[in-house]
Design a protein around this ligand. Structure first.
Ligand code: DCP
Ligand code: CA
Length: 413
């Protein structure tokens, strides 16, 4: 049983993609490989560097540096403005791959996560083997390299992954944590900020080994309880669990129209599109909804919300859309006025029943269809599959990355 494994027997993995934004750009444009590249504002612009390739880092470029300075330090550097949606998409794929290996994933950022692989040996072999497989899958699907640290706790795992970048794998064997950390400078310890580091240096402490050796009362007196915590981490003791995010309780999508809308067909088409996005999000999470909600904001900002309980839990575009349409009909029946915002939500979620029966029912056929649709969309973008209804939105909204670019950016998630 995993719960009975003591902390010092855990296998915690920290994974971090290398030069993430640049790596995504290189996957699209291999001619950028091996060259100094920076994402973040066109050459000559006033922005800052978001991500510098390892080649560019050799010239001193790093995240947060003004582009103008970066250009001075490395005139040959190729500057790319970047597109956040591309990174968000790659990030979603990265986290999906991780969750394929274990549900015990704690996402830290777009390109970073902790995994608890304790007890997974019978399944994937030793943790380092699992890590190699995860890294290989990320290369296969995203053409991006990752660095992985493995240890008994989060702190050492993270320090290890930082120290083996890029494309590294570093496992610190149980019992070696303190020795591994001891020679490292204070700045290498996650959670130890500049102010604390300066305070410690004032006390003659420069390495993690020296921090670990500080008497507890002194640390407590100078830095408070946080000093004691840092000292524990510096000794390689860290029993914090990997915490997967709490499951989402509802999914919703809404948009404000560029102009207030009186055209019922346009309302229907937008509702259809939003519903498809909600249903796809439900399916991606393996959930079904028992309740559909419609939100309308009229031109005068009066906002109403109406709910409809479904007879059977569903993640089907059609079932959710029918419920949404019924709610829209009722709402407009009560008050027919120009609409400023429309939104749809799915709540009261239950795990989806994904079992296909031996003799396919109409529900099974629908399930298989949606699986195919979702796969196509994962590959070619959301608009690769459209209904006649959503196609007419093309006249209203510009398209970007095979998706409608609606005014509310949350929609394009
Ligand atoms: N990022 C940003 N602005 C910053 C820091 C980061 O926009 N000041 C973005 C760009 C990075 C991404 O976040 O590609 C991930 O940040 P990391 O700190 O993990 O850095 P990288 O992935 O770029 O490089 P490394 O290989 O060191 O992890
Ligand atoms: Ca990274």
């Amino acid at each position: 049983m995993r719960t009975s494994v003591p902390h010092h027997g855990r296998r915690i993995l920290h994974i971090d993609l290398d030069a993430f934004f640049v790596a995504v750009e290189r996957a699209r444009n291999p001619s950028l490989r091996g060259k100094p590249v920076a994402v973040g504002g066109e050459a000559g612009s006033r922005g800052v560097v978001a991500c510098a390739s390892y080649e560019a880092r050799r010239y001193g470029l790093k995240a947060g540096m003004p582009i103008a300075l970066a250009m001075k330090l490395c005139p040959d550097c190729i500057f790319i403005p970047g597109a956040f949606e591309r990174y968000a998409q790659a990030s979603a794929c990265f986290h999906r791959i991780l969750r394929d290996f274990t549900p015990d994933v704690e996402p830290l950022s777009l390109d970073e996560a902790f995994l608890d692989l304790t007890g997974f040996e019978p399944h994937y072999g030793p943790a380092a083997e699992a890590a190699t497989r995860i890294k290989a899958r990320i290369v296969r699907e995203l053409d991006v390299t990752a660095s992985v640290g493995i240890a008994t706790g989060k702190t050492v795992a993270k320090v290890a992954s930082d120290r083996c970048k890029p494309d590294g794998l570093l496992e610190v064997p149980p019992g070696q944590e303190a020795a591994f950390l001891a020679p490292l400078p204070l700045d290498d310890l996650p959670g130890l900020g500049d102010t604390t580091a300066n305070a410690l240096r004032g006390l003659g402490v420069a390495t993690l080994g020296q921090l670990a050796a500080m008497p507890a009362p002194v640390l407590r007196q100078r830095l408070g309880w946080y000093g004691l915590l840092l000292s524990e981490w510096a000794k390689g003791r860290d029993s914090r669990p990997v915490l997967p995010p709490a499951p989402q309780k509802s999914f919703s999508r809404e948009t404000t129209f560029p102009q207030d809308v009186a055209d019922r067909d346009l309302l229907r088409a937008t509702l259809r599109y939003l519903t498809e996005r909600v249903a796809a999000a439900l399916r991606a999470e393996g959930k079904e909804a028992r309740c559909v909600a419609l939100k309308l904001r009229y031109a005068d900002f009066t906002t109403i919300s109406r709910q409809h309980a479904l007879r059977h839990p569903s993640a089907s575009d059609d079932a959710l859309f029918q419920a949404g349409m019924a709610l829209l009909g009722q709402a407009l029946g009560k008050r027919w006025d120009k609409v400023r915002l429309i939104g749809v939500g799915a709540a009261d979620l239950v795990p989806a029943d994904l079992q296909l029966s031996l003799f396919p029912t109409s529900r099974d056929r629908e399930l298989s269809l949606y699986r195919a649709v979702d796969r196509l969309r994962a590959r070619y973008g959301f608009l690769a599959v459209q209904t006649g209804l959503t196609q007419r939105l093309g006249r209203l909204y510009p398209q970007e990355n095979e998706d409608y670019r609606l005014k509310t950016s949350a929609l394009s998630r």
